[in-house]
Write a protein that binds this ligand. Structure first.
Ligand SMILES: C[S@@+](CC[C@H](N)C(=O)[O-])C[C@H]1O[C@@H](n2cnc3c(N)ncnc32)[C@H](O)[C@@H]1O
Length: 250
């Protein structure tokens, strides 16, 4: 092989090997990040099963369902605040975990609105299998058109909440984002009048652009609420009105 050809060959080989090294380093970094994410979810599962007396296999978590780290956040809020009434938007594994937390507290009731009839029936059956009927009820709430702030939205049939007067915790995990833009926006404006003064709103999927915009709009429209972001797998946000600070005597 002529000298120039050998040089080109060595240069090409060097380029290929450097490419492989960079590719492997990126792959390794991705794997480590995935392992760290998975480890955090496993840790959260241990934490949940350490606290709650789960009596029947749970539906799968992650994916469409809440991830274990969001469940830890939700369960911690319930154990700490002992809500008398929880409204959940979007039923599933979260319904069961929240109901187990209420059972642990020994009081309170969760009402889960579910727009999908088959899914509502499946969630209600899960509640029965886990023996949690005393703490949670799943209500099939078909989506209805709703006018809010000059915009039309599809949201759960509000008549299903006619018997609900004071809500202490709202878990926002529906309706699904593929229905409309900012799908979960109506949650706060619709439920506002029924919230107890120190009610907490917790929403999953805060890493998504829609959920971030929903929270910006909420904070702009309802100025007495403050938000705290929690770095869970899918992102979470906790909203509440800060307790009034006691006046100092002159
Ligand atoms: C984000 S999911 C709610 C998940 C629920 N909070 C849980 O932890 O399991 C929102 C809605 O999507 C629907 N859904 C749940 N799982 C689904 C699936 N695998 N495929 C399509 N829709 C699903 C249900 O109607 C549910 O109310």
């Amino acid at each position: 092989m002529p000298r120039a050809g050998r040089r080109r060959f060595r240069f090409g080989l060097g380029l290929l090997l450097s490419g492989l090294v960079v590719h492997n380093a990126i792959q390794l970094q991705r794997q480590r990040r995935a392992q760290a994410r998975d480890y955090r979810q496993i840790e959260s599962l241990f934490s949940l099963f350490g606290v709650l007396q789960v009596r029947h296999p749970l539906p799968r978590l992650r994916g469409w369902a809440v991830s274990p780290d969001f469940a830890v956040l939700m369960v911690s809020l319930i154990l700490e605040r002992k809500p008398g009434c929880i409204v959940e938007l979007g039923s599933g594994a979260s319904t069961l975990l929240a109901a187990y937390a209420l059972q642990q507290v020994g009081s309170g009731r969760l009402i889960s609105l579910e727009h999908d009839e088959a899914y509502a029936a499946a969630s209600a059956e899960e509640v029965r299998l886990h023996g949690l009927e005393g703490f949670a009820g799943v209500r099939h709430a078909p989506l209805r058109r709703l006018e809010l702030e000059g915009q039309s939205w599809l949201w759960y049939d509000r008549a299903l909440l006619d018997d609900v007067a004071e809500v202490d915790l709202v878990v926002v995990d529906g309706p699904p984002g593929n229905l409309q833009r900012l799908s979960r926006y109506p949650a706060l404006p619709v439920l506002l009048d029924r919230l107890s003064p120190d009610a907490v709103i917790v929403m999953d999927d805060y890493r998504r652009r829609d959920e971030r915009e929903i929270v910006s709009r909420w904070l702009e429209a309802f100025r007495d609420f403050r938000a705290r972001e929690v770095a869970t797998e899918k992102g979470a946000i906790v909203l509440r009105r800060p307790a009034p600070t006691p006046r100092r005597s002159p």
